[in-house]
Design a protein around this ligand. Structure first.
Ligand SMILES: Cc1cc2nc3c(=O)[nH]c(=O)nc-3n(C[C@H](O)[C@H](O)[C@H](O)COP(=O)(O)O)c2cc1C
Length: 175
C-alpha cells in the first residue's frame, strides 16, 4: 500500500473484532508516531497503549466518543514539563497538540497498512482517564485513539468538494 492509497482508503473505524493486537505491532505504530514532525523537533509526546481488557473497559466508561469496544486504546500525551523546559510558551498553547496530531495521523496510516482500524477520540473525561492511567500531573492528554481489527465496512463520510476549499495565491470566491 502506498501513501496515496492509505490516505484515500483510511476511514474512522467504530466497530472492532475482539482479536487482540500483538505488542510488536503496537510498537511499530509508536515508532511511526515517533517519526512524525514536531515543532522545533520537540517530541514531547508519549504513547500509552491500554491493552489490559479490564483497564480498556474502564477507560471506555469515561470515553463517550469511543465506540465498537476496541481491544486497544491509545492515549497520546504531552509531557508539559519537558515542553516548557525545552520548548516555548507556544509549545504549551498549540505546539504540543499539533505535534500529537501529526503523530496521530502517522499512527493511523501505519495502522491501516497493518490491517488495523483506528478512530481519533476527543470526547472523554480527562480527570478520570488521568487517574486510571496514573498519569503524572505534568502530562496532558491530547487525544485518545481506538485501535483494533475492523468489523464490517465503515461508513463513507461526506467530504467538502475540493473546489470549495482550494485557493491559489489569494483568496477568491468559489468558482
Ligand atoms: C480531533 C478529532 C477528534 C475526534 N473525536 C471523535 C470522537 O470523539 N468520536 C468519534 O466517533 N469520532 C471522532 N473523530 C473522528 C471524526 O468524526 C472523523 O474523522 C470524521 O467524521 C471523518 O471521517 P473519517 O475519519 O472516516 O474520514 C475525531 C476526529 C478528530 C480528527
Amino acid at each position: 500500500m502506498n501513501v496515496t492509497e492509505a490516505i484515500q482508503s483510511r476511514r474512522s473505524i467504530r466497530k472492532f473484532k475482539d482479536t487482540p493486537v500483538p505488542e510488536d505491532l503496537l510498537r511499530r505504530l509508536a515508532d511511526a508516531g515517533r517519526l512524525a514532525p514536531s515543532a522545533s523537533n520537540l517530541q514531547a509526546w508519549h504513547f500509552i497503549f491500554v491493552t489490559d481488557p479490564k483497564l480498556v473497559a474502564k477507560v471506555d466508561l469515561f470515553s463517550p466518543g469511543l465506540s465498537g469496544h476496541p481491544p486497544v486504546i491509545l492515549v497520546i500525551c504531552s509531557d508539559m514539563e519537558y515542553a516548557l523546559e525545552h520548548g516555548s510558551r507556544n509549545s504549551e498553547i498549540y505546539g504540543c497538540m499539533m505535534d500529537a496530531s501529526m503523530a496521530a495521523e502517522n499512527i493511523m496510516l501505519s495502522a491501516l497498512e497493518e490491517g488495523l482500524g483506528t478512530c481519533a477520540i476527543k470526547s472523554y473525561t480527562d480527570a478520570a482517564i488521568r487517574k486510571l492511567l496514573r498519569l503524572p500531573n505534568t502530562y496532558r492528554i491530547e487525544m485518545l485513539m481506538s485501535i483494533g481489527y475492523p468489523e464490517g465496512a465503515p461508513r463513507d463520510p461526506r467530504r467538502i468538494r475540493l473546489e470549495q476549499i482550494i485557493h491559489f495565491n489569494q483568496w477568491e470566491e468559489e468558482k
